[in-house]
Design a protein around this ligand. Sequence first.
Ligand code: PEP
Ligand code: MG
Length: 756
Amino acid sequence: MKAASAARSILTTLHEVMASRTHTQAKLNQVVDVIGEALDSEVCTIYLLRDGMLELFATRGLNQAAVHVTRLGVGEGLTGSIAQNIETLNLDEAATHPEFQYRPETGEEKFHSLAGVPIVRRERAIGVLTVQHVEPRKYAEVEIEALQTVAMVLAELINNAALVDEEDIGGPAEARTGQDRLDGLKLVKGLAIGEAVFHQPRVQIEQTVAEDTEAERERVYLAFDRMREQIDTMTGQAEFGLGGEHEQVLETYKMFAYDEGWSRRINEAIDSGLTAEAAIERVQQRTRMRMREISDPLLQDRMHDLEDLANRLIRIVSGQLGTAAQKGLTRDAILVAKNLGPAELLEYDKRRLKGVVLEEGSLTAHVVIVARAMGVPVVGRIRNLRGMVREGDEVLVDGDSGSVTLRPGNGVLSAFEARFARAKEKKAAYAKLREIEPFTRDGERIEVMMNAGLRDDVGMLAMTGADGIGLYRTEFQFLVSAGLPSRERQARLYRDVLDAAKGKPVIFRTVDIGGDKALPYLANEIAKEDENPAMGWRALRLALEREGLMKSQARALLEGCAGRELNVMFPMVSEPWEFDAAKKVFEQQLDFLRKRKHQLPSAIRYGVMLEVPSLAETLDQLLPRLSFVSIGTNDLTQFLFAADRANPMLAERYDWLSPAILRFLDRVVKNCVGTPVDLGVCGEMGGRRLEALALIGLGIRRLSITPAAVGQIKELVRKVDTKEIGEAMIGWLAVPPENMREALQAWAMERDIEVD
Ligand code: PEP
Ligand code: MG
């Protein structure tokens, strides 16, 4: 029997049963008969979830007295494990399976073979459908597929008849599959509680049996067309803009999207009587099951890609398009995604977005920097995350320890809430430091500035009491715009930022586009051949060659800062001449404005970011031409270690507190001592207490950090004696301890200085 015709004949009868006017129990009794008959099985049984237990609801072949009596925990016995793992079992000798448990009241001892499939709703098992046979035989693939198809239809019947409590599906965590703790990488500190929301939401399939098979075929055909178009457009853009890993993923997408086998199987499922959505899901379930048997991590990664694609296809077919951001968040949400771009994250409602959990991610990826600026905790690098979390699960994000708890039990939840409350108190205590100037114990004033990139971020200046904005990432305006922002819009933003800063200094960095900050509307121009966009044609390199871009930004900055001081710095300067060329663009624009008698900035201070190691070698040459230098440790680290900052595989490999970095920074500090050039650090490193302590020890007196860290860094500053840490640092640099991090930690602990 072909799978389609087996399933189709069952479905046709089931359709009649479902449409009949009998009550639900009678329908279920008929269902087990129909299936048992069709698959020639002595036993067919339906278990449904009730009050968190799997209750035997209907059976053909087992003792009828066991109906509504036999109850199994989720995870208990073979049936329980099918529900818990949401997996299909097909066993010729059930009793030899390690999970087997014998229930005398059912009288099932005489049956050898067993096949069971989960009945799934909203990605949770709400029941189990099993068939058993006296003969020890394995069920054929077509039979298993027929069972899976029936289980889908049963899910709909059960839902319509409200046989399973909604709470059992979407209610207390324990009733579903229990609490789960996942360990990942701490990317942004902080605690958050919320409901899991998939960035790319999954569609709820409400109708499984088709009214008109031809119409369903047509729907899926059109959806395939549309999906292929989308993927082609994406790969077309990627050829120019993205490169590397992303491109590989898209190639895999493309391969799946055009895979004949996939579309054929979906068509077969439609032939069996399913709707287009149900058919796609049905095929996906089968693939999932097959992939589970293969434990190759590479293949599992590809499985995610196929899941993404199937999800996309269902969304197209059902017309439910768009990301969760476009739909809007309705509750406190924890966003779940494989990875995100910074612009995608910015689309979310900040009031509702409480936390982010990613399968990928690294400390200095821009999406993480944006989340940090938004004060949203992030945990990353959780493998198969989307396979374990379900939409609507309650999730606790602990960005301090890098862990995530799904469906927490009461004990864990209340302990977490208590920590949450304490963290809030601490935050309030830091807020009190707002007015206090950060002087060290020995009276050195450390400038604690903050990083920003969006107009709204500037409000954090007043809230944190930071000394100013040490890094304003102007490219964020470009990232969140649909097209290149006009000169007028740029100038308006700069003016607004200065207004909001109320006289505190702001250092504007000219655009750093490229790397992981690709602009869709510049995709054809940027990084045509770049295999390594982070060290490719980006930032100043690109800006100097796209003169229009640089000129219009220079003019916008000069106009936006008219009558006030303009502090401007250039990213990715690798050799002194690049600084000269960039400055020249500003000077030309300045001339232009001067000639036309426009109001000019009251003063202009030029600086560079030191983030490409080569610049350190010629810094002495450049210093006389500079007002300030800001060390960008994010990029500097990636270039020093030759370790891509966005590569999740390298995210934990190198430490900011390694002697290599500290000695490098020490040289830069020594270069600047005795010159009027003002030196600071604006990478993420400075926002961590232990790292900040090391930087102060090296002689850094200006830190520009994420706003959320300003309070705790001010507190740290007040506990430090610069001479003491400076001396300790001299020793450590001369003879590096085996573990610099531990040495610093011990040093801080001895002095009662709280560090991370
Ligand atoms: C850096 O590289 O350290 C930096 C501050 O700039 P960005 O993170 O924007 O590249
Ligand atoms: Mg940088």
